[in-house]
Ligand binder design. Structure first.
Ligand code: GDP
Length: 307
């Protein structure tokens, strides 16, 4: 059903998508307009799932504000424009629930994306991502394309960035617990464990974005979430149990916690795709840890990867 190209093809979601062409940083720099256009002119896809971007956890966002803004704005602007110029009619881009207003009415719905300032910890990333929605809508209106945006909650799974400083909570904790168990050390966790997050397994995001590229046509974005909130404490306990870690867990309450919660309304995806079954959290964690152990070299290289 048409040649599908994925950007960010070696990332957390990109690796799990079934596509004809998967671009990675080795193919070219999407921050560079000429290189981006050449890649699209070379491959001439009919459909695109655009996963590439500069992403990181709470502290990665706080410490790299300029980069998170510049890289995401330029990558997105270049990718959508290059896609349009080579005649791509259908494109799916990724937003994130962390880009919604900080002061928002819960549960978060697709309609609230532009209704207020994002959280101070990640506003450069948030505004850059919000512009992706603007660019998609503007292109649809002027050029008759069908560029849509999907909004996953906190994604985790194999091929994540296991960097404990800049990465997201699940890969960081998997890495930290693995090292603590291996070296008989304490397991350090940021914060109190109270914050709540909605986690979604990367394979689920991949399947849903494959569905979206062929079936979702609305200008309004669509939230991908199983909509069950899990506390950081529960994440820690699940990971510790999976590793059979019996040592001490230290809660570093001076470390940042971010937003307390960001519950979403997933009724749209439930209605559009009623048969979809989300991977159960415990199972997803088990698959991720199994992958991490099997790919320990790559996992540890990921952990040491610098921004
Ligand atoms: P967020 O959802 O954008 O805040 O992104 P994160 O994936 O970074 O999740 C952060 C939540 O997990 C915060 O409440 C952190 O305090 C908590 N957390 C606990 N330990 C860690 C850790 O080692 N790394 C990260 N990134 N977060 C951690």
């Amino acid at each position: 059903m048409g040649k599908l190209l994925v950007t960010g093809g070696t990332g957390l979601v990109g690796t799990a998508i079934d596509a004809d062409v998967k671009l990675s940083t080795a193919d070219g720099d999407l921050r560079n307009w000429q290189q981006t256009l050449e890649l699209f002119e070379h491959h001439r896809p009919e459909k695109v799932i655009h996963c590439a971007g500069k992403v990181g956890g709470l502290v990665g966002n706080m410490n790299h504000k300029g980069e998170f803004f510049y890289d995401n704005v330029t990558i997105n602007t270049n990718v959508l424009e290059a896609a349009r110029r080579v005649g791509v009619k259908k494109l799916v881009s990724f937003l994130s629930t962390c880009i919604f207003p900080d002061n928002v009415e819960y549960p978060i719905t697709e309609k609230q994306i532009h209704n207020g300032e994002p959280h101070h910890s990640n506003y450069p990333y948030a505004y850059a991502k919000r512009m992706l929605e603007v660019q998609s809508r503007a292109y649809n209106e002027q050029y008759g394309t069908n560029y849509v945006c999907v909004v996953p909650t906190n994604i985790y799974g194999p091929n994540d960035n296991f960097d404990t400083k800049n990465g997201h909570v699940i890969p960081s904790l998997i890495y930290k617990c693995y090292m603590a168990k291996k070296n008989n050390l304490d397991f350090y966790v940021w914060g109190t464990g109270a914050p709540l997050r909605e986690f979604i397994y990367s394979e689920d995001v991949a399947r849903l974005s494959e569905w979206a590229v062929d079936n979702y046509t609305d200008n309004e974005p669509i939230i991908f979430s199983p909509s069950n909130a899990i506390s950081i404490k529960e994440v820690v306990n699940t990971i510790a149990k999976e590793f059979d870690f019996k040592g001490r867990i230290i809660w570093e309450t001076d470390k940042p916690e971010g937003q307390y919660r960001k519950p979403t309304d997933n009724s749209k995806i439930r209605t559009c795709n009623p048969d979809f079954v989300f991977t159960e959290f415990g199972k997803g964690i088990r698959f991720t840890i199994e992958w991490f152990i099997e790919n320990i070299e790559q996992g540890i290289r990921g952990a040491e990867r610098k921004f």
